[in-house]
Write a protein that binds this ligand. Structure first.
Ligand code: ZN
Length: 510
């Protein structure tokens, strides 16, 4: 059924039952009236109680006092009484599990799995984000097939044919590790090519290819040598690309050094942990060094995605030798392929090789360092965003954003500052032309409706009543129903994996 064909002649104070939403691609980005809601715009410290919010064709067109008459013909009414309308959250650092990644997988238990032709696998991931109120997600690089898949999916979502968060697809550009080896093993560095550049020319070519392919931003990675790192960052800037990535490796003849990296900064640093290499400290926290480092970041103009929950999760795997439990109610959102990735031997964080790494005994101190440093960055006004590195083992899509928001609250950010990090700061980073991301007239309707006040307690971001994803309303019940419909597909995937494992075991036995 199409809402647009209905005219309910709705005025304020009236209620109307909207027709049930029929499925992906079928929900209208039409007209909605959120009635008598508390609006938390987030761009100021205002809290606007008792407001009616009219949403039309993906935008917030009107925010008016609830007592005022508002023409809202044919709008679906969403009851906002006792609820809070906040900007949708953005995961600023995620690696989305896609069908393309499954096709590219070298794991015999995964490669060639029958995924059907309905894109159910990708849809389940998209729904998990929406379930947590995540209406934007920046993918920081994947396999070639995965990037293809995400570029396709981004277009489908933008066109309203699929539901999901607004996707920002990043191209990872990295050189061969041997090009920046601190202790070279004598083997020749592979010849430069745009796929693994060691020259400025190939770095520039890689950025230009990313532009042609339609990527949204560039993720420089840490094994770029000095000249290539510089060429990538500068060409990206010339092309109007945002850069968010890893800081360059230090300590070799062809490496960048700390001063060089801060003199030619990326737009955003993808983890606070990355800065540990730049702190010139060992296992001890040196307060003066941390302050100097935070100041250097502030002076460089870069923003930071701390990903504290990522580090916390890695430390937990190291200390407890198991994957930390996904929060209650979210276990089923972790698909069978991802679950396999979280299990040894695929989960490298549980491997002996990981434990044997030099410095492994200092991982816990690394988490402390990242927290203290992130706090110092925040105190200097460095813009922070909320990123998770999901689906790294233990980190599920959507709910991990909530976990990272709590991490930021715990190091001192106010609930309002946490909401800003999760919304406005990410918009400013990835999509500044598309508006501020605040709950204001004229802004895009990427919104979360919460059952409780997030300013009173940041944990209330977990009480999602529903979301507006690019202007479409989806109640939590509708999202859960869609997720449940996809579970049969996932059980089928699980059976395929089990059959393959059984076949492999049989072959070993023979
Ligand atoms: Zn990452």
């Amino acid at each position: 059924m199409n809402f647009r064909s209905l005219t309910l002649g709705l005025a304020l104070g009236s209620t109307a039952l909207a027709p049930a939403w029929a499925g992906p691609g079928d929900a209208p980005a039409g007209r909605y009236l959120v009635r008598d809601v508390t609006v938390v715009p987030v761009d100021t410290d205002e809290v606007l109680a008792h407001r009616n919010v009219l949403i039309e064709d993906g935008r917030i067109v009107r925010i008016a006092p609830a007592g005022q008459r508002l023409r809202a013909d044919a709008a679906q009414v969403v009851d906002g009484r006792g609820k809070y309308l906040v900007p949708g959250f953005v995961d600023a650092h995620v690696h989305i599990a896609t069908e393309g990644a499954i096709r590219d997988s070298k794991d015999p238990a995964i490669n060639g799995l029958d995924l059907g032709d309905g894109h159910d696998y990708d849809r389940q991931a998209m729904l998990a984000f929406l379930k947590a109120g995540v209406t934007g997600a920046a993918n920081l690089g994947g396999s070639a097939g995965s990037d293809d898949d995400l570029l396709r999916l981004r277009g489908e979502i933008d066109a309203g044919r699929e539901i999901g968060p607004k996707l920002y697809v990043g191209k990872r550009i990295n050189g061969p590790r041997a090009a920046v080896a601190v202790r070279p093993d004598g083997k020749p560095v592979p010849a430069s090519r745009p796929e693994a550049p060691t020259t400025a020319a190939d770095g520039i070519a890689a950025v230009r290819r990313a532009r042609e392919r339609g990527y949204d931003f560039i993720k420089p990675y840490q094994f770029l040598n000095r000249q290539t790192y510089l060429a990538v960052v500068e060409e990206a800037r010339r092309q109007g690309f945002v850069t968010t990535g890893h800081l360059p490796e230090l300590g070799c003849a062809s490496c960048a050094d700390r001063a060089f990296a801060f003199a030619h900064p990326m737009t955003n640093i993808a983890h606070s942990e990355e800065l540990a290499r730049f702190a010139r400290i060992g296992s001890d926290l040196a307060p003066a060094e941390i302050e100097a480092l935070a100041q250097a970041v502030a002076d460089s103009g870069a923003s930071v995605t701390p990903t504290l929950v990522t580090l916390r999760t890695i430390v937990a795997m190291y200390v407890q030798r198991e994957v930390p439990a996904v929060p209650d109610g979210w276990q089923d959102t972790v698909d069978p392929v991802t679950r396999l990735d979280w299990t040894p031997p695929a989960n490298r964080y549980l491997s002996q090789a990981f434990r044997d790494q030099e410095g492994a005994d200092r991982f816990s101190a690394g988490y402390d360092f990242a927290r203290v440093l992130t706090r110092a960055l925040w105190k200097r006004g460095v813009p922070l965003t909320v990123g998770t590195d999901a689906a790294l083992p233990g980190l599920a899509f959507g709910v991990s954003v909530r976990q990272e928001m709590i991490e930021l609250r715990e190091i001192g950010l106010s609930p309002l500052e946490v909401l800003r990090a999760a919304s406005l700061n990410a918009h400013r980073l990835f999509d500044p032309q598309a508006g501020s991301g605040a709950v204001r007239e004229g802004e895009r309707a990427n919104l979360v409706l919460l059952d409780a006040d997030p300013l009173a307690d940041i944990h209330n971001v977990g009480k999602v009543a529903g979301v507006f994803a690019q202007g479409r309303w989806l109640s939590i019940a509708q999202i859960d129903r869609q997720l449940a419909q996809g579970e049969a597909f996932e059980r089928g995937l699980q059976r395929q994996i089990e059959r393959r494992k059984a076949d492999a075991a049989k072959q070993v036995a023979q």
